[in-house]
Design a binder for this molecule. Structure first.
Ligand SMILES: Cc1cc2nc3c(=O)[nH]c(=O)nc-3n(C[C@H](O)[C@H](O)[C@H](O)COP(=O)(O)O)c2cc1C
Ligand code: SF4
Length: 683
């Protein structure tokens, strides 16, 4: 149920000392890996400015901006130890302030949560030489001179941020150096920094004192802190809440941003930052307990994806500021839409966590279904109406790419007709949703269908459009988003004996007792097929020619597959390539080789599933090309520069013809949506 904007608890201001935050919505620190040379240049700035335009009250920039060279940037972190950062942050801050948002930055020393083979190759440091599983560095135990240097580095970095005009900073103390001192799991010291809680708090207190000494009293300083590591060898809830109290008692902290959990493995991190299919807002009540125990401003984020939960967090007195971080990656204009009474138009975060998984793989964070995020210089979040003539646009295919094309075309003001062969929209998203824990992906489809309904798009479901159907519309532009079909014919022999991941996911074939899944793609389809089969009771083995399995899936999505595979004893064999399948009585015999040698081995199975991506469905494209002006050609320089397509290869052509998504080549949801937005925004 939506709330009248004037009375919406989320839209009430919050006063943090002298600073008035215009509402209760914030984006917590996150490193999108948009930095260039470690600096927040235009891409970084425009990303945050978009949220400011969208009405957010506070954007916590960076994620883990590093204060020292011996905290090497492991996922594109900003280099807060360089003076050069000041003018870049000044520009970002000024632009966000101009749109009414407060700006802070998260500062950190990563301690052991980094790698040794980046940047300056300085040794990785930690309170004790305890390795973090996720980043694999064996740290050196900090010496007294290391501690003194790093405390000074925090202060210098804070001073730089004040010089850049920021409203404040937040010190990262979960999984990073400050709380590596707090946690019994990582602090085994027997000097004045180890043992008693007071000793373990010595480092953060020195940091806070140094930061306060280096900045003016108006500068806001908060701590993003773990208050319960939820770990048998880690920091207990009692000690965590006590730390919160003692930090408040220093008088040097202005807010606490509460975290529950630890993150030294992918599995643990996924409990701190839950992904789709996991519980919503699992740590909200705990954050509320810390607020009650400290009577202090408390911020918190962890899968608060929808405004109803966010509202509850405020009205129930659990939080002062609600972090909706991925929610703002998916929709940077949440506050504006709320204020305009347009809550239903908020593009939902579907928890796919494509964004976060990508940064741990060395890529930039992009949203699975908002292709404008992180591309603000070239891609619009708000589609503007066309200034030229309105055109008749036919879109064929209502998967993610086709729906996005229809949405953007309609928002441009064009007259849009959408054909879809199936009775329902969604394409391959419908298959992905067959795994119950991924059902939230349907939000990608539903949100677009609602936009189409409001924009008067003519949708014709259950219609396998042929050339005559399309020509009958007398279109100016035809966009083919006809997708692909599974490409399983990749074996030397026995291609007729295997089934596809689609066959299994759609329910077209029933799970057999013993199933071999050959994943020669590396993404979700084979993983989710294996999970579905295993949960249905099949004995499953995945084989892959890769050196580790599912390389296209990041660590957090991997976690839930791995948990299911562990639970159901799914066997995974890497460095193995399925060569052929033959029938042997009632069973199938699979011959398996390797790219690494001539040896062969066999497996006996009742069902063999082959995943090798899709082949584009191009019959309609081939049929339409002769009628088109451009013969399907895309002017790439124009596409990349954001200019209108104007290729003319056929003087008697009737319309422009384009294909997008898997109708071009087998890729993923984001690629299909990006194809559509990039092309159609300029039509
Ligand atoms: C791409 C990405 C990078 C992140 N990097 C950081 C980081 O550097 N420091 C941090 O404290 N949290 C980081 N986070 C965690 C977020 O601040 C937030 O706690 C998390 O996304 C859960 O909130 P949400 O469910 O509202 O997204 C990151 C999140 C994302 C999506
Ligand atoms: S990729 Fe998924 S989790 Fe990340 S912002 Fe987009 S919808 Fe949300």
């Amino acid at each position: 149920m939506s709330t009248a904007p004037g009375t919406d608890p989320l839209l009430q201001p919050f006063r943090l000392r002298h600073l008035t935050l215009r509402n209760r919505l914030m984006s917590t620190a996150h490193e999108p890996s948009y930095s260039e040379d470690g600096m927040p240049k235009d891409r970084y700035r425009l990303y945050h400015v978009e949220k400011a335009k969208g009405g957010i009250a506070l954007t916590m920039t960076a994620g883990s901006a590093v204060v020292s060279p011996d905290s090497p940037p492991v996922f594109g972190n900003l280099l807060a130890y360089q003076d050069e950062i000041v003018p870049w942050m000044r520009r970002l801050t000024d632009d966000c302030h101009a749109h009414g948002a407060a700006v802070m930055i998260q500062l950190t020393h990563l301690g052991r949560r980094t790698v040794w083979n980046k940047a300056d190759w300085l040794p990785v440091l930690a309170p004790s030489p305890v390795r973090e599983a996720a980043h694999r560095a064996f740290p050196k135990a900090l010496e007294d001179w290391d501690i003194a240097r790093i405390v000074g580095d925090y202060a210098a970095a804070a001073a730089r941020m004040e010089a850049a005009g920021l409203d404040g900073i937040e010190i990262e103390a979960y999984g990073h150096l400050p709380d590596q001192f707090w946690s019994p799991a990582t602090n085994h010291r027997d000097d004045v920094y180890g043992g008693s809680l007071e000793n373990r708090l010595r480092f953060i207190k020195q940091v806070l004192a140094a930061v306060r000494a280096a900045t003016t009293p108006r500068f806001i300083v908060g701590v993003r802190m773990v208050a319960d590591e939820d770990w048998d060898i880690g920091l207990s809830r009692q000690e965590g809440v006590e730390i919160a109290r003692r930090l408040v008692a220093t008088g040097q902290v202005d807010f606490l941003n509460v975290i529950r959990g630890h993150m030294d493995t992918d599995a643990a991190l996924t409990r701190v930052i839950p992904i789709q299919g996991m519980r919503a807002a699992p740590h909200l009540d705990f954050a509320g307990e810390v607020r009650a125990a400290t009577h202090f401003p408390v911020f918190h984020a962890a899968r608060i994806q929808d405004v109803a939960t966010a509202r509850h967090a405020i009205t129930a007195g659990k939080l002062d500021m609600v972090g909706m971080t991925r929610a703002h990656i998916a929709e940077p204009h949440i506050a504006r839409l709320l204020a305009e009474g347009r809550e239903a138009e908020i593009r939902p975060c579907v928890g796919a966590t494509y964004c976060l998984d990508r940064i741990y793989e060395g890529n930039d964070a992009v949203c699975v279904h908002n292709a404008a995020t992180g591309r603000e210089a070239t891609m619009p979040h708000v589609i503007t109406p066309v200034d030229g003539p309105r055109r008749k646009i036919v879109v064929v295919g209502a998967g993610p790419g086709g729906l996005e094309a229809a949405r953007v075309a309609a928002a441009r003001g064009h007259a849009v007709t959408l054909f879809e062969a199936a009775e329902k929209p969604g394409g391959q998203i419908l298959l992905a949703c067959r795994l119950a824990r991924r059902r939230e992906l349907i939000g990608i489809v539903d949100w677009r269908m609602q936009r189409l309904a409001g924009a008067g798009v003519r949708s014709r479901f259950g219609t396998y459009a042929d050339a005559s159907d399309v020509l009958a519309e007398t279109p100016d532009v035809v966009i083919l988003a006809t997708g692909g079909v599974p490409n399983t014919a990749v074996l030397e022999a026995g291609n007729d004996l295997v089934v596809s991941t689609w066959d299994v996911l759609s329910g077209a074939v029933a799970p057999a007792a013993r199933v071999l899944v050959f994943d020669d793609n590396g993404g979700h389809p084979a993983m989710q097929t294996a999970e579905l089969l295993a949960e249905a009771g099949s004995t499953v083995e995945i084989i892959t020619p890769e050196r580790y399995f599912a390389p296209e899936i990041g660590g957090m999505n991997h976690t839930l597959y791995a948990a299911a595979f562990h639970r159901r004893s799914v066997r995974v064999t890497i460095n193995a390539r399925l060569l052929s399948v033959r029938r042997e009585g009632n069973t199938l015999a699979a011959t398996i080789g390797s790219d690494h040698g001539p040896q062969r081995f066999e497996r006996v199975a009742d069902q063999v599933v082959v995943e090798h991506g899709t082949l584009p469905v191009i019959e309609l494209y081939d049929a339409m090309r002769p009628y088109s002006v451009n013969s399907g050609e895309v002017d790439h320089p124009a596409l990349l520069a954001g200019r209108r397509q104007d290729v003319k290869r056929n003087p008697v052509g009737l319309f422009q013809l384009f294909r997008i998504g898997d109708a071009v080549a087998s890729r993923n949801i984001h690629a299909a949506i990006f194809d559509a937005l990039r092309l159609v925004k300029d039509l």
